[in-house]
Ligand binder design. Structure first.
Ligand code: FES
Length: 110
């Protein structure tokens, strides 16, 4: 588990409908942060089907989903739930915060 927060980007660099990526400075896990109408959500940047970067796919703010570009699995960006085949297991959800003009996230898994 990472105790320290990883800087993702400046607050004004992630507009509604956009996503940004970073790597957790302690665990090395990929992180993707979504701005959904001003609310921020962070997931592990890794599809649970065959471990492909979710950030390569499409963020659909209207449905709060991200679609894996490799085989089309969709996940709810708010909690990481898998919404359709071929993925059946959720993607890890990470804590995210705004502080000191920046967006920060961290891999909080044990
Ligand atoms: S790797 Fe994401 S759907 Fe297959």
């Amino acid at each position: 588990m990472s105790e320290s927060w990883t800087f993702v980007c400046a607050t004004d660099a992630l507009l509604p409908g956009e996503m940004k990526t970073a790597f957790d400075e302690t665990t090395g896990a990929g992180i993707v942060v979504f701005n959904l109408d001003g609310d921020l959500y962070a997931l592990e940047d890794l599809c649970s089907h065959e471990e492909f970067e979710l950030s390569s796919g499409g963020f659909d703010p209207g449905n709060a989903t991200v679609e894996c570009v490799l085989h089309g699995a969709k996940f709810d960006i708010r909690d990481g739930r898998a919404l359709c085949a071929p993925a059946y297991t959720p993607v890890a959800k990470f804590p995210v915060k705004m502080e000191q003009g920046g967006i920060w996230a961290r891999d909080d898994r044990d």
